[in-house]
Design a protein around this ligand. Structure first.
Ligand SMILES: Cc1cc2nc3c(=O)[nH]c(=O)nc-3n(C[C@H](O)[C@H](O)[C@H](O)COP(=O)(O)O)c2cc1C
Ligand code: SF4
Length: 699
């Protein structure tokens, strides 16, 4: 059996004791059993301003998975604060039954849970409230672009009272603590930051004045919750904006907070939710642990426990941050969105079983921006924790497990295999190429995208644990499928590159992005990359070619190259890298023809044509479903389902979701399996391949 890591590496990972990670820590009246925090993050699970069953199930799953502390998403403290639809309105008493449902569900696993409470201030819109947004000064937020109302002293009192009221609701709802979000999207941040506080009264000017609101809120909340609940403050260590808060001021604020003796811990963060959001939930282009300098600087200045957050991908990295004294607790947010059992697996030495987060932001952060509920690209169960799953075959005594064949070991096929194996079937996967992974394996070969490869490594490892056989280098023909005699086939054969109508028939210097990645084509000289997909395809290959010495231009019919990089927070950094590499970005251009020499592009705002004479044209254009096998099997009356790109070429999450569904709903075999066959021992996990999987190292 081939492993994803050499044996000596794997066993040394398992031997690591994580001495610091599993040490309890007191945060005021609350003691966490370990140092892993599921820090606050929006989920969009709320309905009509109220928490839901899904919240309870979601947090309970992470509590069951061994996390040390949960901090919920923010709860609004005042009716003037409603920046996005599915925000919990903590200021309504109606939230209390929902709070109880959440806290009871989490407490069943003996894990403490804190509520994050917040007023977003000027980082909001009046769209839902039809009221002016409140802020220290009339400084418009760059994202919402609304000039806020500078709050009066009476309104400041109202804000403070709002925090106290919500804290009271949280205490009644069973929370063990309160965290004040004063970090990246908050009226308190607005007051603290010299960039947004232009006041000349006792709430503006010096840092002591700018911190006055924070102190008033802390005092009011402490008055309400007494010493029964823990109280924490989340601070931004560097706003990364001109004239904004920097680490020196953040350290001073932490000192002031500690000096007043009313707070039990400091949580940290980096960036401003609207101007530098891409650094708060940094994607894989930013190194793991990138924000560690913040807790590190604060921790040496104060005695309160400090939480460090930001791309903690694996427990070893978390342990190291603790061991080196950078922080006392480690926030693992996306790591536990991707794998609810992150902590339990780490604690029991199953580090390599952790489904490592890719920091792709596609289904967590990306869905927040689209007003959809939080999910995860590689965990189809995230966001569906409260959904009652139909009993799988293995639990239904009346149905026998069967033999399932999956054709194609891309993300959809592997997920189908995992899901069918979980349902109790014996599963074999055939992959045409020498390695599993499909398009994702290719996509992970470009600069800075290697972590995407963790997705395949995670899936292959899960297949191995479930005893799925993966046979690589097998070309599936209808005869071969027949002779294997599966009772059901799931086809996940992906998609093939398309040749658009506007490419001349004899052209030899045009190729698809995947030809560049496989090495089937080697463009050189000047290259125009056509971006019709608006995601990483064109930008990744452009970078790769630029690194190889090509002069690269990307042309897109869209208004911006790589448009959807905006929702995964990759756009800003792409612009920085493109500028540094001299990659030209041209928009509003529709390709009309390429004869091997001249590329004609229609500039659609003006209706005029422009021409280029590149050495190569590289295409990031819609692909064609590879569905021949599926149709052949259907024609041959073989029980078959298809998933992913061979249905319709889309992004990886669609393939994973469909694979999960198809695997879970495999029909029962037509004939009952004989008792002898039933007694046959499960096959041991085997992966018969021709070449090892290339995997990104654990960061
Ligand atoms: C989808 C999403 C929503 C978030 N919303 C909040 C929030 O409401 N309050 C907050 O303090 N942090 C929020 N964060 C930031 C996280 O607490 C954390 O700082 C960030 O995700 C980096 O940690 P990670 O790399 O472990 O994911 C959010 C993060 C994500 C991924
Ligand atoms: S969608 Fe991507 S970034 Fe978000 S939790 Fe899942 S793997 Fe991590």
């Amino acid at each position: 059996m081939r492993r994803t890591e050499p044996e000596h590496v794997r066993s040394s990972l398992q031997r690591v004791s994580h001495r610091y990670l599993w040490t309890p820590l007191a945060l005021g009246p609350v003691t966490t059993r370990n140092r892993i925090v599921f820090s606050a993050h929006l989920t969009n699970y709320a309905r009509d301003g109220l928490p839901t069953e899904q919240h309870a199930a979601y947090y309970a799953a992470r509590a069951a998975g061994g996390t040390g502390l949960i901090v919920t998403e923010e709860h609004s403290t005042h009716p003037t604060d409603w920046p996005y639809e599915k925000l919990i309105h903590g200021f309504h008493r109606d939230v209390i039954p929902g709070y109880r449902q959440i806290t009871d569900a989490v407490h069943r696993h003996r894990v403490p849970i804190f509520a994050q409470i917040n007023h977003n201030g000027g980082q909001a819109s009046s769209m839902y409230t039809r009221l002016p947004v409140w802020a220290p000064s009339p400084v418009a937020d760059p994202l919402f672009r609304e000039v806020p109302k500078a709050v009066s002293h009476a309104e400041i009192d109202e804000i403070v009272a709002g925090y106290a009221l919500v804290a009271e609701h949280c205490a009644e709802g069973g929370f063990d603590g309160i965290e004040l979000q004063c970090s990246h999207s908050s009226i308190v941040r607005g007051f603290l930051s010299p960039a947004t506080n232009r006041r000349t009264d006792e709430y503006g000017g010096s840092l002591e004045h700018r911190a006055r609101l924070l102190h008033e809120i802390v005092a009011a909340v402490r008055r309400v919750v007494g010493n029964r609940l823990a109280l924490g403050v989340r601070l931004c260590g560097d706003e990364l904006i001109d004239g904004g808060t920097t680490i020196d001021e953040a350290v001073q604020v932490a000192r002031m907070v500690e000096a007043r003796g009313q707070v039990d811990y400091i949580n940290t963060s980096i960036g401003v939710a609207t101007a530098t959001l891409f650094m708060i939930e940094a994607s894989m282009h930013v190194p793991p642990g990138y924000a560690l300098f913040i807790p590190s600087a604060i921790r040496v200045a104060i005695d309160l426990p400090v939480v460090g957050v930001g791309r903690f991908k694996d427990p070893l990295q978390a342990e190291r941050a603790l061991a080196e004294g950078h922080c006392d607790l480690v926030g693992v947010v996306r790591g536990q969105i991707a794998d609810a059992d992150f902590a339990a697996k780490a604690q029991t030495g199953l580090t390599e079983d952790i489904r490592l987060c890719l920091s792709c932001n596609q289904e967590c952060v990306g869905r927040m921006g689209l007003n959809r509920w939080l999910g995860c690209i590689e965990n189809p169960l995230t966001g569906r924790e409260s959904v009652v799953i139909r009993p799988a075959v293995a639990h239904d005594r009346s149905v026998e497990p069967g033999e399932v064949l999956v054709v194609g070991a891309g993300p959809g096929g592997l997920q189908a295999a995992i899901s069918a194996a979980r349902a109790g079937h014996r599963v074999t996967v055939w992959e045409r190429h020498a390695e599993p992974g499909g398009q994702v394996r290719l996509a992970a070969t470009v600069p800075n995208r290697a972590e995407l490869g963790d997705m395949i490594r995670n899936q292959v490892a899960e297949c191995q644990r479930l005893g799925v056989v993966i046979d690589c280098g097998v070309d599936a023909t209808i005869e071969r499928v027949r002779s294997a005699r599966p009772h059901h086939v799931i086809v996940a054969t992906g998609a093939t590159a398309a040749s658009p109508w506007w490419i001349g028939v004899d052209v030899t210097n045009a190729c698809d992005v995947r030809d560049v990645l496989t090495g089937a084509a080697a463009p050189a000289g000047s290259v125009v990359v056509i971006d019709e997909l608006g995601f990483h395809h064109a930008t990744s290959v452009a970078e790769l070619l630029s690194d190889r010495g090509c002069q690269v231009e990307i042309a897109t019919p869209g208004m911006v190259v790589g448009q959807d990089l905006g929702i995964t927070l990759d756009l800003e950094q792409w612009w920085m890298r493109a500028t540094a590499k001299g990659i030209v970005q041209s928009t509003d251009l529709v390709p009309m023809g390429f004869d091997g020499t001249t590329l004609t592009l229609l500039h659609h705002p003006t209706g005029g044509n422009v021409e280029r004479t590149p050495d190569w044209v590289v295409l990031a254009v819609p692909a064609v479903p590879a569905d021949e096998l599926y149709h052949a099997l259907r024609g041959a009356d073989i029980s078959v389902e298809r998933v992913g790109d061979c249905v319709a070429p889309r992004r990886a999450h669609a393939a994973v979701v469909e694979g999960e569904r198809a695997g879970a709903s495999v029909p029962p075999p037509p004939l009952r399996v004989s008792p002898i066959a039933r007694a046959r021992p499960r096959r041991r996990s085997r992966w018969r391949d021709r070449a090892p999987v290339e995997v990104a190292p654990i960061a």
